[in-house]
Design a protein around this ligand. Structure first.
Ligand SMILES: NC(=O)c1ccc[n+]([C@@H]2O[C@H](COP(=O)([O-])OP(=O)(O)OC[C@H]3O[C@@H](n4cnc5c(N)ncnc54)[C@H](OP(=O)(O)O)[C@@H]3O)[C@@H](O)[C@H]2O)c1
Length: 302
């Protein structure tokens, strides 16, 4: 089959926290592009793209390689997102194989800050393995190595913030340079839509650490959320053992619990507080603040 005349961009993980914002950005009138495809795992979640006339829905299940082959047909550029799992590298090998078959010209991969650290963390190492698979493919790429998402306050801590005005994690007083996923999406869109132009060759085969503008402890974050949401929200620093127990009771498997506990140890040791100017350098404005995030997501906390 011949390729579309227009550039075709496929967004994986499109119904999730980051992917849905990437689709939104690509579909916005200010974005210059050809065909946008949202690769959808659960069809019922594709309803969120109904209002975007320019978005095509394609099915994908990383555990069924034939669906990866179909989704990647005629795709020029790929926003690559794999859910955190021990088999991420297996999925990535399949994705790369099909990307090469289809002459994919560019990959923007969502990665994690510290992916290249030694010895690093379990989460960092699985992302680095994926990065290496992409590097070895020869397909031009950009890795977006992101710090913790502000949206974790909604997705993970939101339920107890709503019901108990508190969230419970073993993060000590360590600071985190939280980033809003909407900024990650604007960065990804900038790279995906400009990677033909000469100017954007600067992004090619590079890895960027993506952070917010300032590092905050979870106590400071709770104070900002309290001010913006209009109710007192408390951060309760719990022992690791209590966090493990709660996660296991919530049905989270051992691999994920261990990986997250490792991350909280990194945060407690204040090794997650590095900030970079990447967002501003790429999109020309400062990253969104946690206060702005809280204003925009206020209804999720009430
Ligand atoms: N949270 C953080 O602070 C943070 C920081 C840095 C990096 N990261 C990285 O960000 C990634 C997670 O991004 P996210 O928060 O946007 O994820 P998310 O909200 O959990 O979304 C995951 C997406 O992947 C899809 N998916 C799940 N299983 C699939 C399968 N078998 N085949 C195809 N698609 C499948 C989901 O669709 P369904 O819902 O239909 O299954 C959903 O669209 C991970 O790689 C993580 O390591 C996270």
């Amino acid at each position: 089959m011949t390729k579309h005349d227009d550039t075709s961009i496929l967004v994986t993980g499109s119904t999730g926290t980051v992917g849905s914002e990437v689709v939104k950005q690509l579909a916005s009138p200010s974005s210059v592009h050809g065909v946008i495809k949202a690769a959808v795992h659960s069809r019922d979640k594709a309803d969120k793209f109904k209002s975007y006339n320019s978005v095509e829905i394609v099915d994908i299940d990383y555990n069924r390689s034939e669906t990866i082959a179909d989704a990647l047909e005629n795709v020029d550029k790929l926003f690559w997102l794999t859910p955190l799992a021990p088999n991420m590298t297996e999925i990535s090998s399949n994705l790369v194989k099909e990307a090469k078959k289809n002459d994919v010209r560019y990959i923007v991969k969502l990665s994690v800050m510290g992916a290249d650290a030694e010895p690093g963390t379990t989460i960092g190492r699985v992302h680095r393995q994926e990065e290496k698979i992409i590097e070895e493919s020869g397909i031009p790429y950009t890795f977006l190595r992101c710090t913790a998402f502000m949206q974790n306050f909604v997705n993970f801590f939101g339920p107890t913030i709503k019901t108990q005005n508190a969230f419970y994690i073993p993060a000590g007083d360590g600071k985190v340079s939280f980033v809003d996923v909407r900024d990650i999406a604007v960065v990804a869109t900038e790279i995906l839509t400009k990677s033909n132009a000469k100017k954007s060759q600067q992004y090619e085969n590079k890895a960027y650490a993506i952070t917010g503008e300032e590092a905050l402890s979870y106590s400071q974050a709770a104070e900002i959320l309290s001010n913006e949401i209009g109710k007192k929200i408390s951060y309760i620093d719990i022992p690791e053992e209590d966090a493990r127990k709660a996660m296991k009771e919530a049905g989270i498997d051992g691999w994920h619990v261990d990986a997250l506990m490792e991350l909280y140890r990194i945060i407690r040791a204040d090794h997650a507080s590095q900030t970079t100017a990447t967002v501003e350098e790429i999109i020309g404005r400062k990253p969104l603040s946690l206060a702005q995030f809280a204003k925009d997501y206020v209804e999720f906390f009430r």
